[in-house]
Design a protein around this ligand. Sequence first.
Ligand code: 5GP
Ligand code: MN
Length: 345
Amino acid sequence: MPFSLSPDRAQAAKEFAAAFVPGQRVCLTTHVNPDGDGLGSEAGLAHLLKARNIDVVVTNPTPTPPRFGFLFDDLPGVDRTAEAIKELRRADLIVVLDIADLGRLGMLGETVRSRGVPVACIDHHVGTGVLPEGPRYLDSDAAATGELVFELAIGNGWRVDQSVARGLYVAILTDTGGFRFSNTRPRTLRVAAELLEAGVDPEDIYTEVYARAPEGRPRLFAEALQTLVVEPDYGLAWVTVPPGAIERLGVSSDDLDGVVEFPRSIEGVRMALLFREVSQGRVKVSLRSIGPVDVASFAKRFGGGGHTKAAGLALTGSLAEVQATVLTAAREYLGLDGDRDSAHG
Ligand code: 5GP
Ligand code: MN
């Protein structure tokens, strides 16, 4: 069965696209520490909008990690993240991708909140946060925001050329962990197939995203994995980034992508965590689950969020304090889940 869009979704795609008017200046933005889905969706949408004579720029709260820089090679001058606030002040429309909450826009949140222009949103997270009024294209069943950008293109009859397809393929590849995670639906693979047919070379993309690492990336993995703690009784496992390791190894937090899959991969583990001090007194926690454990609702208790099986949160406190708080809550949460014994039976 080839990819097709239901009449309802096609209608929603058309209604969303009515916000785009030729000649308009549009800013695309995504969450702090942008990932392959946020950036790939932006690159794909930027190509689609440029083809409709829309003046489009990308204005993210934090810089593009080096391994995703290639997405903007054929969009000269479009990644205006260094001048984000200035660009947002000139925008007629702001499009927020891969989040639905001002709180995840970092230092851009206040400008986006107070600009007084429509704020459109394309997102696949569970639940929505606070955003100014504007059109929405949301589906928490989508594997990636890139899948939704593809739907927008199809629903509006916009041509998905090789440049568009490359961004959207990166989005889907990275948010499904290379088509391994539970969010990989038949529909996801149908979209991916369409993107390959549009000319994406999967090996090229794999090389850019995963196989041009700085030497520091595997060294960072090695240091983080040394800290592994496993509590088989709870089905809990976690790793911690040694403070200062990222700076010392000359890498960025993006280079931690995938490290939490190692504690998650241990037999019997139901919840895996990665702790990282992002600044003095501020700790970020990545959460992953296997089976029925819902880490998005766990993260929400601490002001975080995400998806059922991949979520995150950030708390104020020392590394030791945040670990104590989150791990105590996690043990209780897993205990309450009621199937602790069966996980090891
Ligand atoms: P990661 O652990 O890879 O940074 O993020 C996993 C998922 O959780 C992503 O969908 C991401 O958007 C979400 N997430 C990560 N950190 C936070 C956070 O601090 N707040 C919220 N609301 N979601 C987060
Ligand atoms: Mn995403």
